[in-house]
Design a protein around this ligand. Sequence first.
Ligand SMILES: *Cc1c(COP(=O)(O)O)cnc(C)c1O
Length: 222
Amino acid sequence: MATTVTDNLNHVRSTLLPGVQLVAVSKYHPVSQIAEAYAAGQRRFGESHEQELRLKHTELPDDIEWHFIGHLQTNKVKLIVPYISMIETVDSLRLLNEIERQAARVDRTIKVLLELHLAQEETKYGLTPDDCRALLANGEWRQMEHVKICGLMMMASNVDDNEQIEREFQQASDFFDEVKRDFFAHDDYFCERSWGMSADYPLAMRHGSTLVRVGTAIFGER
Ligand SMILES: *Cc1c(COP(=O)(O)O)cnc(C)c1O
């Protein structure tokens, strides 16, 4: 029996632990499928390519909260800043500075996450824990009035070994606690832990995830 986007979405929702929010990752899927999820009440969607996101954003309702989850080039920041809700993939001070500059121009404050690199793959983007500590210790971000660092994002290694995946999620969770204590102890907004995708979000939720980014389990294969 064929399942619909609505069925899949309702299934995924039924598996979320309390306090966990869903980012429906709609990259490469057509506007019609996003509209179906929207009709079923979903408002938070994730995309990873600026141009694709721009086209979808113009065609879909304004109350969608778009999360940018791909690698973001600094020259694309100004294109998404007027409407993006959260940029989950900040991996350099240079990018953070550019978001601040462009957000100031349009008088918005953009929520961002720092992308943490723990996975074994060389190809994944992101900050190592040391890069992340250095970026925060530098303190420049404290002067930025148009970006709000709301937490961390990470992707576990793409492996079959669940123990390794869980170790990485736990490492991310422990690192979140460290950063929270050292830099954001009095900032309630620093609370987001974005980990877990279709294949591993049940594991991620056991290790403190507050945002899961689920594509395939809702929209099917890309
Ligand atoms: C594509 C993507 C996802 C969703 O992956 P699925 O396996 O389809 O759930 C989540 N996070 C990021 C960063 C992605 O690029």
